[in-house]
Design a protein around this ligand. Structure first.
Ligand SMILES: C[S@@+](CC[C@H](N)C(=O)[O-])C[C@H]1O[C@@H](n2cnc3c(N)ncnc32)[C@H](O)[C@@H]1O
Length: 199
C-alpha cells in the first residue's frame, strides 16, 4: 500500500517527492550506520515519506529517544500516522521551512542525529541555504547529519536540467563531509555523512 501511495504521489508531485520509489533497506541502513544512534536522545528526520527509513530508525533508537519526523505531503503523512504508533515519535505534517519554530515550540534546543531525504536538488538555492541556516543552531559538536542524493544528481535551473554537486553546500555547514555509493537502490544513491565538528 505504501509503495502504491508513494509511486502515485511521485507521478503527480515529482519536484517535491523527488524520487520514484521509497528508499531500499540498503539505503536506509547506509543512512543510519554513520549515526551514533545508541547515544541519540533527539533525532530529526526530514522528509520521512512513507516511512522507509523511519521504521528502520525506530528499530535502532534507544527507548528514551525522541524522533521528530517532518513530512509535507498529506498522503504520506497519513500513511505514517497509520503505520507508526510509537511513543518516541512526533510526526509533523509541516514543511522543513518551519523546522526552527516546530522544534522551539516543543522545547528542543539540540539534535544529535539528522537524517534527510529531502530532494535538495529540486529546491531553489535560497531554500537549500535557508534549510541549513535554520538547522545549524540546533547542532552540537557531536551531531551527525546524513543526506542521500541519487547518483545522477540532477536539478532544474531556469527550466533546464543540470547536475548538482552537494559538497560545496555541505562543506559550508559541516567540518567534515564524507560520501559513499549505495548501488542497491532505485536509482543508486550517494550517502553523505556530515559531522558538525571534525572527528
Ligand atoms: C526522496 S523522498 C524520501 C522519502 C523517504 N524518506 C524515503 O527515503 O523513502 C523526499 C520526501 O521529502 C518530502 N518533502 C519534500 N519537501 C519537503 C519539505 N519542504 N518539508 C518536509 N518534507 C518535504 C517529500 O514529500 C518526500 O516524502
Amino acid at each position: 500500500m505504501s509503495l502504491r501511495t508513494f509511486v502515485g504521489e511521485a507521478l503527480t508531485n515529482f519536484p517535491t517527492v523527488a524520487a520514484i520509489s521509497p528508499s531500499s533497506r540498503y539505503l536506509a541502513t547506509a543512512m543510519l550506520e554513520p549515526l551514533t544512534l545508541a547515544k541519540t536522545r533527539v533525532a530529526l528526520e526530514l522528509g520521512a515519506g512513507t516511512g522507509a527509513i523511519t521504521h528502520v530508525l525506530l528499530d535502532q533508537l534507544p527507548p528514551n529517544a525522541t524522533l521528530l519526523a517532518f513530512e509535507i505531503n498529506p498522503r504520506f503523512f497519513d500513511c505514517l500516522r497509520r503505520t507508526i504508533s510509537d511513543p518516541r515519535v512526533i510526526l509533523i505534517n509541516s514543511s522543513v521551512e518551519n523546522l526552527d519554530s516546530e522544534l522551539h515550540r516543543r522545547g528542543i534546543q539540540q539534535v544529535d542525529s539528522v537524517i534527510s531525504s529531502l530532494g535538495l536538488a529540486f529546491m531553489p538555492d535560497r531554500e537549500r541555504e535557508a534549510l541549513f541556516q535554520r538547522l545549524s543552531p540546533f547542532l552540537h559538536p557531536k551531531s551527525v547529519f546524513t543526506q542521500y542524493q541519487y547518483i545522477h544528481g540532477l536539478q532544474f535551473v531556469g527550466g533546464r536540467l543540470c547536475r548538482l554537486n552537494l559538497r560545496p553546500l555541505l562543506n559550508r555547514y559541516f567540518s567534515s563531509v564524507q560520501s559513499k555509493i549505495v548501488w542497491l537502490n532505485l536509482p543508486p544513491a550517494f550517502v553523505f555523512t556530515c559531522h558538525a565538528q571534525t572527528l
